[in-house]
Design a protein around this ligand. Structure first.
Ligand code: MN
Ligand code: MN
Length: 467
C-alpha cells in the first residue's frame, strides 16, 4: 500500500478535529484505570437505587475522608472540607480554595433521581384474589419497558407515632421481588395494534404483590388483609401510613459488565448516577487545595422538571454559596456572577439500530470519552442554555491540557425531540455553565448501558476542572 503523502497526513493531524475510540488511543495504564473506576461505580450503583440511598452513600464516603457538616457560624480556611444535606435528598460537598470565594466558585452539579414507579398514596387493592399496588410513574419512560421485569421496593414510611421505617426489599436473592404483568401475545391481538404510547398506560403499571388469602376466616379482601398483616408484622405499619410514604419501585437487576470484551456496564439509572458518581469522586479525590472553592451538588427531581424544595429550582445551593460569601463579607451576587459550573448529565449515545434518530457528525459515541454539549433544548433551541464560545473554549482547553478524552454532541437530530438539563437554572444565576457527561444507550430504560472509558473520562473531566 502506498504511504499517505506525509504532507496530507501532517495537515490532517493539524487541521481535522479528532474523533477517536478510546480503546484505540488510550494507554493500557489508562484503560486499567477505567476498569477499576467501573468496578467501584458498579458497587455505588447497586447500593444507590434511590436519591436517599445515593445521598447516604456520598455522605458516608465524604465523612470517611474528613468532610464535616457545614456550620455557617464557624470560620473556614483553605483546605477545609464540608458538606450539607437537604431533606436527605440533596447533598452539597465543598472544599474551601486558597482564594476562598472572592473569584467565584467552581461547581459541578448532577442529579441522583431517576425514572421509576412511585406508589400512589392509596396503592393497595385486591382484585380477583390478587393483591396489586397501584403506581404513578416518575420521569419520562416508555411504559411497556417496565412490565415483566423484576422490581424491588425502596423507600420510607412514616408511622402514626412519627417514627419512620426504611424499607428495601427485592435486592437480595433470598428476598421476594415484584413485577408488573403484561398480556400474553396469544390474546394480544387488539393490544398489538395500538400505538406504542397506548399499549401500556399509566394505570396499567400495576405491581403484583400477593395472592394468598388470610387463612381460617371468611370475608372480603382477605388477600389484601394478609399483605397488610405481613407489612404490619415486619415494619409495624398500617394502610394509612402508606398515604404519606415515599415508596419507589426500581429495577432489581444488578449492574453488570456488558459484552465479551467487558467494555461496557449495564444497569439501572446510569442517568444520572453515573455523572453523580463522577462529580462525587471528582471532589473526593482532590489531593491538593484548589485555587477557588469547589462545590459538588447532587440534586433531585431533575427528571420531573427540577421543581420542589429538593429540585434544582430550590434555593438550597444558592443559600449555601450565600453562607460562604458571608464568611468573607462578600455579596452573594458578586460570587455567583464570577462562578463557573459543569452541569454533568448524560447524553444519548449513537445507536446504529436507531440511526435515523441521530445526526452522525453531532452525535456522541460509546468509547469516545466525555461528551461536551454546548447547548440543549428542542426545536429551534427552545428552552436552551447555550454556553458561550469563550466558556466552551475554556472548558475544552482544560480537557485537552489534562489528557481527557472528549467528544462533542447535540441530543439527537434537530426535530427528533430534544430535552434539557439543570444547566438553565444555574445559568439564570448569571453563572457560566456547560453540559457534559456520559453517553448512554437505552437512556431511561430500566437497564441502560454506558462504557467504562466514557465514565472514567467524565470523572477525569470534573476532577481536572476542579484542580
Ligand atoms: Mn440526566
Ligand atoms: Mn434523564
Amino acid at each position: 500500500m502506498l504511504n499517505e503523502n506525509s504532507e496530507v497526513k501532517m495537515l490532517k493531524e493539524k487541521l481535522f478535529a479528532r474523533r477517536e475510540n478510546g480503546g484505540k488511543v488510550l494507554s493500557d495504564e489508562v484503560l486499567s484505570k477505567c476498569e477499576d473506576f467501573g468496578t467501584e461505580y458498579k458497587d455505588f450503583l447497586n447500593k444507590s437505587k434511590t436519591e436517599r440511598e445515593a445521598v447516604k452513600y456520598a455522605l458516608n464516603k465524604a465523612k470517611n475522608l474528613g468532610f464535616t457538616e457545614f456550620d455557617k457560624s464557624k470560620k473556614y480556611s483553605p483546605g477545609d472540607k464540608i458538606y450539607l444535606i437537604n431533606r436527605e435528598k440533596n447533598i452539597v460537598l465543598g472544599m474551601i480554595g486558597k482564594n476562598g470565594v472572592k473569584n467565584g466558585v467552581k461547581i459541578a452539579v448532577a442529579h441522583i433521581d431517576a425514572p421509576r414507579l412511585d406508589l400512589k398514596p392509596n396503592p393497595l387493592i385486591e382484585d380477583k384474589e390478587l393483591a396489586i399496588l397501584k403506581t404513578h410513574y416518575y420521569g419520562g419512560i416508555k411504559k411497556y419497558q417496565w412490565t415483566t421485569i423484576p422490581l424491588s421496593l425502596h423507600g420510607r414510611v412514616v408511622k402514626k407515632d412519627g417514627n419512620y421505617v426504611d424499607i428495601t426489599i427485592g435486592e437480595n436473592e433470598e428476598e421476594p421481588c415484584f413485577c408488573v404483568t403484561d398480556l400474553l401475545p396469544h390474546l394480544a391481538k387488539e393490544q398489538m395494534n395500538k400505538k406504542m404510547s397506548d399499549v401500556i398506560t399509566g394505570e396499567n403499571l400495576n405491581v403484583l404483590v400477593g395472592s394468598m388469602p388470610f387463612k381460617n376466616d371468611s370475608g372480603s379482601e382477605l388477600v389484601k388483609l394478609n399483605i397488610l398483616k405481613i407489612l404490619n408484622e415486619k415494619y409495624g405499619i398500617v394502610e394509612e401510613d402508606l398515604i404519606s410514604a415515599e415508596l419507589e419501585l426500581v429495577p432489581a437487576m444488578k449492574a453488570q459488565d456488558i459484552g465479551f470484551d467487558r467494555s461496557m456496564i449495564g444497569g439501572y439509572a446510569h442517568d444520572d448516577r453515573s455523572c453523580s458518581y463522577c462529580c462525587l469522586e471528582g471532589i473526593l479525590n482532590l489531593k491538593e487545595i484548589p485555587e477557588e472553592t469547589v462545590i459538588v451538588l447532587l440534586t433531585d427531581k431533575e427528571e420531573t422538571g427540577s421543581d420542589g424544595n429538593t429540585g434544582m429550582k430550590s434555593f438550597f445551593l444558592k443559600y449555601f454559596i450565600s453562607d460562604l460569601a458571608n464568611q468573607e463579607e462578600l455579596k452573594t451576587r458578586d460570587v455567583l456572577s464570577k462562578s463557573k459550573c459543569l452541569s454533568v448529565d448524560v447524553n444519548a449515545a449513537y445507536d446504529p439500530t436507531y440511526s435515523s434518530s441521530f445526526e452522525v457528525l453531532n452525535s456522541s459515541f460509546i468509547n469516545r470519552g466525555v461528551v461536551v454539549t454546548k447547548y440543549t433544548g428542542s426545536g429551534g433551541k427552545y428552552s436552551t442554555s447555550d454556553a458561550s464560545a469563550e466558556f466552551t473554549g475554556e472548558i475544552i482547553r482544560i480537557l485537552n491540557n489534562n489528557d481527557v478524552l472528549w467528544q462533542s454532541s447535540e441530543l439527537g437530530k434537530i426535530d427528533a425531540g430534544g430535552g434539557g438539563t439543570i444547566a438553565k437554572y444555574i445559568a439564570s444565576w448569571n453563572i457560566n455553565v456547560i453540559d457534559m457527561g456520559v453517553p448512554v444507550l437505552s437512556m431511561h430504560a430500566p437497564y441502560e448501558v454506558i462504557s467504562k472509558i466514557d465514565l472514567y473520562m467524565t470523572y477525569k473531566a470534573v476532577h481536572s476542572f476542579f484542580k
